[in-house]
Design a protein. Structure first.
Length: 352
């Protein structure tokens, strides 16, 4: 499929790199393609960034048939731009699509589209330490019809946003609230898909945690509220003794690309990694016995986010006021590979 390019006549001023935030400003162009049952995905185009107009009856507004992705483009010191394991994001789009009945995309073509858009917006990739160009592909159901059914028409859109370093003051532990009332996902549900409704459903707990002074929520399983699942938009790892544990992919947690990369790195360093169920009781007991060494979240936004303490009911599980050696090493290695300052021996980066 050919991608037509309609460039803007009024390019915007680039932002001050020392003053970036997350997801507030967008580049000059966006990518769009349409789907209908007759033509499949078609009319791939890059157009000036701007508002889109939809009928108020459009399916996505009412029933949330939508998926999204989050990835980043990094500027390297020698002036190149690279993506981190982008084919994994494209694969995950199709896993999410499948769960909520959106027709599959051509993963190779979608990656070409992302690369073409990022290439056109090269000047927007910030170069300051820790900054990047955040890439947000998403798909929405566009039938103008109020009946609850699988939509026939869709749009795949990609927008780009230059973003700040996640830790302007350096990587630091955050405190997390263990949610024991609300749940995020259940067996057979949509937990493993990056679909809009999961995030709407998580807001209430997020708000509650924020009111109590916590930055994020640690979700427990939706059946017994016994086993650890994940944190906000991050997967989670705990080091107990010399074992590093992360919950298994059983349909309720998001299969993070950072999670997968962290496991591969740890194994390459001969660190024992287990994907297994971890109950909050086991975690609490390990803490009491002095065996809980480190805890951290993993995700595209923060890469590695060390956990300082967990608030679980009336208990405070204190882990560390400082970033542990494992989290630090993972952060340095992953960001080094992403920005090209470390050799990419895994073949994870893709040049734009
Ligand atoms: C996106 C996301 C993650 C992290 O995935 P990455 O591919 O590492 O960015 C983890 N949990 C949830 C719920 C997410 O939405």
């Amino acid at each position: 499929m050919n991608i037509t390019v309609n460039k803007t006549d009024t390019p915007k001023q680039k932002p001050d790199e020392s003053n970036l935030q997350f997801g507030k400003i967008f580049t000059d162009h966006m990518f769009i393609m349409d789907y209908n049952p007759e033509q499949g995905w078609h009319d791939a185009r890059i157009v000036p960034y701007g508002p889109l107009e939809y009928d108020p009856a459009t399916a996505v507004f009412h029933y949330g048939q939508a998926i999204f992705e989050g990835m980043k483009a990094y500027a390297t010191a020698d002036g190149a731009i690279q993506l981190f394991r982008p084919e994994q994001n494209m694969q995950r789009i199709n896993q999410s699509n499948d769960r909520i009945c959106i027709p599959p995309i051509d993963e190779v073509f979608a990656l070409e589209a992302v690369k073409t858009l990022v290439d056109l917006e090269r000047q927007w990739v910030p170069k300051a330490e820790g900054t990047s160009l955040y890439i947000r592909p998403f798909i929405i159901a566009t039938d103008a019809f109020l009946g609850l059914r699988v939509s026939q028409n869709y749009q795949f859109i990609v927008i780009l946003s230059p973003v700040a370093a996640y830790y302007p003051q350096g990587i630091n532990p955050v405190n997390i609230y263990v949610e024991t009332e609300f749940v995020r996902a259940v067996r057979g549900g949509t937990g493993y898909a990056k679909t809009a409704g999961n995030y709407a459903a998580s807001l209430k707990a997020q708000q509650k945690a924020a009111q109590k002074g916590y930055v994020q929520v640690l979700w427990l399983d939706g059946v017994e509220q016994k086993y650890v699942e994940e944190v906000g938009a991050m997967n989670v790892f705990f080091q107990i003794g010399d074992e590093v544990i992360t919950p298994p992919l059983e349909g309720t947690i998001l299969p993070g690309i950072t999670r997968q990369s962290v496991m591969e790195l740890l194994r390459s360093w001969d660190v024992k990694v287990s994907e297994r169920k971890l109950s909050i009781d086991e975690l609490h007991q390990a803490f009491q016995e002095g065996k809980l060494v480190e805890a951290f979240g993993t995700g595209t936004a923060a890469v590695i986010s060390p956990i300082g303490e967990l608030c679980w009911g009336s208990e405070i599980i204190k882990i560390s006021k400082e970033t542990g050696p494992l989290a630090k090493r993972l952060y340095t290695t992953l960001t080094g590979i992403q920005t090209g300052s470390l050799e990419d021996t895994f073949g994870w980066t893709v040049k734009v």
